[in-house]
Design a protein around this ligand. Structure first.
Ligand code: LLP
Length: 420
């Protein structure tokens, strides 16, 4: 794979992480272009038997570096804000391959997306449908719409990243969907073209996908009986990745996912539908690592802490979800293992990157690689504690490029003023 030891030193492709840390400082996000491209192609290949578009979920990692690599491979985008649309277009992305999701699209965001000429709006409520109708009519155009339905399927994942249950804020309730669809079809500013769902993230089984698709199939067939022919069917994202936690089996491969999806879609073979998918994590997650440096060690009443220079502002997932990320020393020094918490310098008890983790003893100055951090790592980073966001580099073979420079303190306060 792309992060491997060469002798005692951890490399990303042909570049040692120690060299990147030396030249760019720490913390630093490192992405493997080969892993990114490989993950995209594997996902694309898995759906080869079905007419489909991959709309990469920009929120997982919205850096221009990552987006531009995917754009070259032909990717489309799943966006959830005007900001993500702006990034996608700046990176050279095709607006006609964009799906716009999210429960709270504003008039301004809808207008920008209509002006850009996106593929479809995934509409999540009746009020949103009316707003989009109004914004489109004011421009003299019709907005292409897919209804996001909530199939009420348990994705069996972390509650914060479950979206397809009745109690979640997403989508239109299952029972109401056909009526809302017909209502949309009657609006002058709306063109109803599809159905959409997204049931959650980091799914580690294929059955919730199959169950959700089965419900979409029911709806598509019911609409067909009413004479409504859809053009797109969007099954969202959500395929999980291997975070290498003991006891968790590996998630389904893209191939297994593709088979399950294809099987579930079989009853719609007679229709000329384009399948849309919105994968994020499975495309970029394992292609990225966060490299940090040990600042201090300490032991409180027998409990060990390894304090590193990355923190919850750089990688929020452990603090927010109790998420597990694999960790490896950048240099293997043959040291014995010790069970330690790996924590950052932020003044919060929640500022940990790992708890009770057995790792070869790490000393001040040693580097550590926090793996599977490509998705929802940099994208969710913040400036809490006035910490500049980390640099990000993209490795390709034996070269690397800085795709995001480390923020400076001046940039952090550039928009602030002292009180008059
Ligand atoms: N489509 C929609 C409508 C979504 O809401 C999401 C993710 C995706 C696609 C992409 O899901 P993926 O393929 O990446 O699982 N911050 C959390 C994940 C939140 C996901 C939100 N929606 C985490 O770090 O685990």
């Amino acid at each position: 794979m792309s992060f491997e030891y060469v002798g005692d030193d951890l490399y990303c492709e042909g570049v040692s992480l120690a060299r990147i840390a030396q030249e760019q400082g720490t913390p630093v996000y490192v992405y493997s272009r080969t892993a990114l491209e490989g993950a995209y192609r594997a996902f694309d290949q898995a759906l080869a038997g079905t007419k489909h578009h991959i709309c990469y979920s920009v929120k997982a990692n919205s850096g221009l570096g990552v987006l531009s690599v995917l754009i070259k491979l032909g990717a489309g985008a799943d966006i959830v804000s005007g900001g993500e649309l702006f990034r996608w277009l700046r990176a050279g992305g095709d607006p006609k391959k964009v799906v716009f999701s999210g429960v709270g699209k504003t008039d301004a965001e809808m207008g920008a997306a209509l002006d850009a000429g996106i593929l479809v709006f995934n509409v999540e409520s009746e009020e949103e449908l009316d707003a989009l109708d109004r914004v489109a009519r004011a421009r003299g155009v019709r907005a292409p719409v897919a209804l996001r339905v909530n199939p009420d399927v348990d994705p069996q994942t972390h509650p914060y990243i479950s979206t397809g249950l009745k109690k979640n804020k997403f989508g239109i309730g299952w029972a109401a969907a056909p009526a809302v669809f017909r209502r949309g079809a009657a609006l002058a500013g709306i063109e109803m073209i599809g159905i959409d769902c997204h049931i959650g993230s980091q799914l580690t089984k294929t059955s919730p996908f199959s169950d959700a698709i089965a419900r979409l199939v029911e709806l598509v067939l019911a609409l067909e009986k009413d004479g409504i022919k859809l053009r797109t069917l969007d099954i969202g994202g959500g395929l999980g990745i291997d975070y290498e936690k003991d006891g968790d089996g590996p998630p389904p491969t893209p191939g297994e996912y593709g088979q399950a999806v294809t099987r579930a879609l079989a009853p719609l073979a007679h229709l000329d539908l384009t399948l849309l998918t919105e994968p994020g994590r499975v495309i970029i997650g394992r292609a990225g690592a966060l490299v940090a440096k040990v600042v201090y060690r300490k032991t409180n009443e027998g409990k060990h802490f390894t304090i590193v220079d990355a923190a919850m502002n750089d990688l929020m997932r452990p603090a927010l979800y109790g998420a597990y990320h694999p960790m490896r020393p950048v240099h293997l020094a043959g040291r014995a293992e010790q069970v330690t918490d790996v924590v950052g310098p932020i003044c919060e008890t929640g500022d940990f990157l790992a708890r009770d983790r057995a790792l070869p003893l790490l000393e001040a100055g040693d580097l550590i690689a926090i793996g599977a951090a490509g998705a929802y790592g940099a994208a969710m980073s913040s400036n809490y504690n006035t910490r500049p966001r980390a640099a990000e580099v993209l490795v390709s073979g034996d070269r690397y490029q800085v795709v995001r420079a480390r923020e400076t303190l001046e940039q952090l306060i550039a928009n602030e003023r002292v009180a008059e």
